[in-house]
Design a protein around this ligand. Sequence first.
Ligand SMILES: Cc1cc2nc3c(=O)[nH]c(=O)nc-3n(C[C@H](O)[C@H](O)[C@H](O)COP(=O)(O)OP(=O)(O)OC[C@H]3O[C@@H](n4cnc5c(N)ncnc54)[C@H](O)[C@@H]3O)c2cc1C
Ligand SMILES: Cc1cc2nc3c(=O)[nH]c(=O)nc-3n(C[C@H](O)[C@H](O)[C@H](O)COP(=O)(O)O)c2cc1C
Length: 622
Amino acid sequence: MVLHETNSPFRQDQAELLNKLLPTLTDGQRIWLSGYLAATVGAAVAAVPAAAAPQAAPAALQAAPAAPAAPALPKEATVLYGSQTGNSKKLANRLGDRLKGAGYEVTVSAMNDFKPNTLKKVARLFIVVSTHGEGDPPDNALGFYEFLHSKRAPQLDGMPFAVLALGDTSYEKFCQTGKDFDKRLEELGGKRIAPRVDCDVDFEDAASGWIDSVLAALASEEAAAASAPAAAAAAAVAAVAAEAPAQPAYSRTHPFRAAVLENLNLNGRGSERETRHLELSLEGSGLTYEPGDALGIYPENRPELVEELIEAAGWKADELVPAGKDGDLPLAEALSRHYEITLLTRPLLQQAAELTGSAKLKELTAPGHEQELKDYIAGRDLVDLIRGFDLKGVPAKTFVPLLRKLPPRLYSIASSLKAHPDEVHLTIRKVVYEAHGRTRYGVCSTYVAERAEPGSELPVFVQHNENFRLPADPDTPIIMIGPGTGVAPFRAFLEEREETGAGGKSWLFYGDQHFLTDFLYQIEWQRWLKDGVLTRMDVAFSRDQEHKIYVQHRMLEKAKELYAWLEEGAVVYVCGDKSRMAHDVHAALETILRQEGGLSEEAAAEYLKRMQQERRYQRDVY
Ligand SMILES: Cc1cc2nc3c(=O)[nH]c(=O)nc-3n(C[C@H](O)[C@H](O)[C@H](O)COP(=O)(O)OP(=O)(O)OC[C@H]3O[C@@H](n4cnc5c(N)ncnc54)[C@H](O)[C@@H]3O)c2cc1C
Ligand SMILES: Cc1cc2nc3c(=O)[nH]c(=O)nc-3n(C[C@H](O)[C@H](O)[C@H](O)COP(=O)(O)O)c2cc1C
């Protein structure tokens, strides 16, 4: 609109100036200007006596001098998360709540629910994202990640942003996705208002620190944009915002002690596997879950390994050591349930080199020895480190606090709450392998297999997963691909569909080593096939014949029918091994689309990408 004296409150000379300036402004500049003007008006309005103000100010603000904070930008913030197992989502929501508490209008959204072409309209952008695979974005971040790194990404013209990265220092590409977003937003002209924080598996404190730093940066942004009295009000806003939001009764940070009701080995005699069917009571916890969610368990280290470590280091089991929020604990207890002792990470080795002054360890962790360090870390634990670098005698009090906190493990929930009120069932395969001349035991799976007797208790929490959900329409066909323990959530899916009387067709692809000993939940699938809850089932037992047969081979054998189901709108679910199975199943789906649908390689890849975006191809792989 062209401004002139009759359609605006401006004089002719003012209107001419504005008509010259306004068309040259970018979206970011317009947003900034509107915030700036709002700030000026805000200060003027604040000068009106309190009785004339339409709404009472919050208590903390009333204590401050008369003028409220006035931001330069509209008080809006967008929080986008990319999350596979729910941690980033939870933190994004926590930031959202804090921003709302500070008076911001907030949008919190999964990256795949956000329209990238609206990015230019965003006032402030906060990203909370984890890294998965081998340094890859989580599935629900893929589209936005690609968009932002493409030529279509807009210039951000000083848009304020900050990134929280979640990851695990035991992975080579630690927090890679968060690092990529942070770098790219700056390249596009965004203005970083708080430094990126890279969180390890014990992310709570670091994430809270980042949220505080974002709120503080916004408060000073407001203070800078406002008059002096408003700066005091801004500080008051930050104080209000710093109040911790109410926590649900039981959570990752406050796990529920669930009683073990049942713990059975699902494998037959002679199997190479040991897979536990675990039933836990949630009675009195108030915890609920949906099929597709996971349960987190806080494990304890194997007593034999704790003893071996204390012996190797020359420590005393009852000496007191710091154990974070638990205060000082006897060493044996701290090593059992507080610290990680089965895994070595680069930061740990670097700190150990500093602490002990070991020349050998310093050399291994020095720049230029990255590959050597990676090779050393693989398959080794703390006992190897102590023995291999002659660290016996290092004081427990200074060495033990260098260790990471023992992280919880996640397990796909294998039951429906409707079928088993107040219970949760899991399918856990014991991890045991040989490495560097010693038998190694997976911490949590061994804890469950060897020590979770019925009647004992496990500290647990529910990890919701919106990215692995039955279709809302009960008549939608579903294809479930879950070899090994990957079948766990599909037991939950079918229990749920049986309870709700869902009419949609269902097809399960299952596989393991041997039909006779490794057919997990065989009787249940057969009953569901008979009752029509499960429409089809194809199994692949890899070692029952000379050549290996896996689920992807069964899928290719049934290519025609599978393609017909896809065209009917079936939702495909893949759960289980990420390193090979998920990749091979993806390749099989591409082959089926090319072979049966006549699609080119690119078109098949595009078809699957679209399915992913439409949530018709969901994966929960680990
Ligand atoms: C969302 C999600 C759902 C999951 N659902 C299930 C489920 O339903 N059932 C289930 O059993 N697991 C499931 N897992 C995996 C589970 O969380 C644990 O990772 C698994 O039980 C191993 O944990 P652990 O503590 O026993 O072993 P850890 O002490 O964590 O040791 C495992 C590590 O040992 C190493 N390792 C294992 N085998 C070998 C080998 N042969 N050679 C060399 N190194 C090896 C690998 O580095 C591996 O990461 C799921 C994971 C996720 C993220
Ligand atoms: C299968 C798998 C692969 C992972 N790969 C990486 C990785 O390459 N780099 C990294 O820093 N963290 C990696 N992680 C750790 C996750 O980023 C970390 O657990 C994070 O807290 C998950 O957050 P989310 O629940 O929001 O997805 C991986 C985790 C899993 C389960």
